[in-house]
Design a protein around this ligand. Structure first.
Ligand code: ZN
Length: 615
């Protein structure tokens, strides 16, 4: 058996000696170890159909460098050099930290040097700067880092010089911030980069040096630009987007889908928080699967009624004839089969919260009773004669347009106004795609734990598919897909497309990747395999459609012509394609009727090419 060299993970490398590259050493080979440049470009893809560009799970944007230049100039003019420098340094730091997070998560077993070099490749891919390493020492075990890099074509210098001309201070603030953010993110401790030579001061290229914070001596100046008070301390990873909603409620089951960073999601959470402490009726609207029941349950949990009952009824799931008894209770003998009196959901939710899902399906009679319960806080059991006082906060949800239902005479207008006091619209998942990565990792962990599986993550094309997919079934659909993926993936393997989708679901949502040549190309999804056609006998496949027969000389001539064309007139190559010698091919070409002209045309051209090549 052939021995392959073991891959060294960051953790293993930490136990060994680390990495060292001295001045004059050949550049580390970017092709040898993952992540290679093509692995990194694989992460970048375009979704012009919905106006998004992704770098793995981070949304990106293309911006004109001139536009960045004018923004930068206005920042400097409005805030002064120091504050503008701080802002841009921190913006660069944020990008570097995010790219480090991408590399750590995507290639956890990356070889040490390749993982650090990936930052320079990402920065180049993002169109900011070309980075050439001069020398570096990395020793994760001791937490030691020292690196020296040349930066070429820095976008910030171009803009700085065109606005201000060469001056006395280095200007690659964002790039320096990026390097600090990236290496700090990789090392898990503060490594500060400084630009010691810069094109903006007249140097021919920019030179940055990175060292551990403590190795620099006085770093108060650097920290001033990095805004130390919210700087992650030594040993901690850079800040990651966290699920937002209240505190201490995230661990619970109902908060499972309460995960998001998108502005649409945050807006809904903000509204939820505002209304939670009141007694107001809340109406959730949105497509099915967007998590209305989760929001309702969360609303109860962060409300003053959190220690009382939370009672949920899906109005569409209860037959129309039973819904009134279900909601308001029933007195013994009210109808055939009502042998005992029992309380309804309203009574059970007394002092607590009642969640009425799919409220648009209630009959007009039930709507009238519901209105009375909301207006007077009174209910009457079916078949009962007395009214009961209840103190219930009602939360309703609907996936239909209740206004349209009112117009159609299917929903009471007065009830709609009663419910519509504080509507919260929950956006469909396709309008909050920024949340998909968070939900993906959230559900992956959840279902891996639930089903006792070890799943390493998602295959790149699975990530691309999920980020581009329309999700008609919203979060519930994503959740089901991930659960299916966790169950179907190999233990220790990754979730790939076939684990997530049935073939007919492999849709045609437009997504573009980046080809080796750097151009956009379609093809995130492999084309679906053609169903294997039953093999026809060769004779039938070659048969002439008119006669149903085969003329051997025609087929021979066709094969020879195709082979010569494919070999671009090179007879030796064409002969190899056909499995015969060059002499035999030349003989057959000469003897074939009608082949002579084609050959006559091909051969001189080929001979001409050969002469050119041999010169
Ligand atoms: Zn510079």
């Amino acid at each position: 058996m052939k021995a392959t060299p073991p891959r060294i993970s960051l953790a293993e490398a930490a136990r060994r000696t680390g990495a060292l590259m001295r001045r004059g050493d050949p550049l580390p080979s970017a092709a040898a170890e993952q992540p290679r440049l093509e692995d990194i470009t694989e992460c970048l893809f375009f979704s012009p159909g919905d106006g998004r560009i992704w770098l793995n799970d981070q949304r990106m944007m293309l911006m004109h460098t001139r536009s960045f230049g004018s923004l930068r100039r206005e920042l400097i003019d409005a805030l002064g050099l120091d504050r503008a420098r701080g802002l841009l340094t921190r913006a660069g730091y944020e990008s570097g930290a995010r790219d480090a997070q991408l590399v750590r998560e995507r290639w956890p077993d990356a070889e040490l040097v390749a993982a650090f070099m990936a930052g320079t490749q990402l920065h180049a891919l993002e169109g900011v700067v070309r980075v050439v390493p001069v020398e570096f020492e990395i020793d994760p075990e001791r937490g030691h880092y020292r690196g020296e890099f040349l930066m070429e074509h820095s976008v910030e210098d171009d803009e700085h010089i065109s606005a201000y001309g060469p001056g006395s201070e280095a200007a690659c603030w964002m790039q320096t911030g990026y390097a600090t953010g990236y290496v700090t993110g990789m090392m898990g401790r503060l490594v500060i980069f400084r630009e010691v030579e810069c094109r903006s001061t007249g140097a021919s290229q920019c030179l940055v040096i990175g060292k551990n914070a403590e190795a620099w001596g006085d770093i108060s100046e650097d920290l001033r630009f990095l805004h130390t008070h919210d700087f992650p301390g030594a040993g901690s990873a850079p800040a990651q987007p966290q699920a937002v909603l209240g505190s201490g409620v995230l661990a619970s089951e109902a908060s499972d889908q309460m995960v998001g960073v998108s502005s649409a999601f945050k807006a809904a959470c903000h509204m939820l928080h505002r209304v939670a402490s009141t007694k107001a009726t809340v109406l959730f609207t949105g497509e099915s699967g967007v998590g209305k029941e989760m929001f309702a349950s969360m609303l109860h949990r962060i409300s003053p009624r959190c220690n009382e009952a939370f009672v949920a009824v899906n109005c569409a799931a209860v037959p129309e004839t039973l819904i009134e008894a279900e909601l308001f209770g029933v007195e013994r003998g009210a109808y055939t089969g009502a042998h005992v009196s029992r309380p309804g959901r309203f009574e059970r939710a007394d002092k607590g919260t009642l969640f009425l899902d799919e409220i648009g399906t209630l009959s007009l009679t039930s709507q009238g009773k519901l209105l009375r319960a909301l207006q007077q806080g009174e209910i009457e059991r079916v078949g009962g004669t007395s009214t009961l006082k209840v103190d219930v906060r009602v939360i309703a949800a609907t996936n239909v347009d209740l206004r349209a239902a009112v117009k159609a005479g299917q929903f009471r207008e007065d009830l709609l106004y009663r419910l519509d006091v504080y509507p919260i619209h929950l956006p469909p998942l396709r309008e909050r795609r920024e949340d998909i990565p968070l939900l993906m990792s959230h559900f992956l962990q959840h279902y891996a734990r639930l089903h006792g599986r070890k799943v390493a993550g998602y295959a790149p094309r699975a990530v691309k598919m999920l980020l581009g997919y329309g999700f008609p079934g919203n979060i519930r659909e994503l959740q089901n897909m991930v659960e299916r993926g966790v169950i179907s993936a190999e233990d220790g393997g990754v979730i790939d497309l076939p684990h997530l989708l049935r073939r007919e679901q492999l849709g045609s949502d437009l997504l573009l990747g980046v080809s080796r040549q750097g151009a956009l190309k379609p093809g995130v999804l492999d084309p679906p395999e053609e169903p294997a056609a039953p093999a026809l006998p060769l004779l039938d496949r070659l048969a002439d459609s008119a006669t149903g027969g085969v003329r051997l000389p025609d087929i021979e001539r066709e094969l020879i012509t195709q082979a010569v064309q494919r070999a671009q007139g090179n007879l030796s190559a064409a002969a190899r394609l056909l499995g015969i010698t060059r002499a035999k091919l030349a003989y057959r070409l000469a003897s074939l009727p009608g082949a002579a002209e084609g050959q006559a045309a091909a051969a001189p051209a080929a001979a001409g090419r050969r002469r050119q090549l041999s010169r």
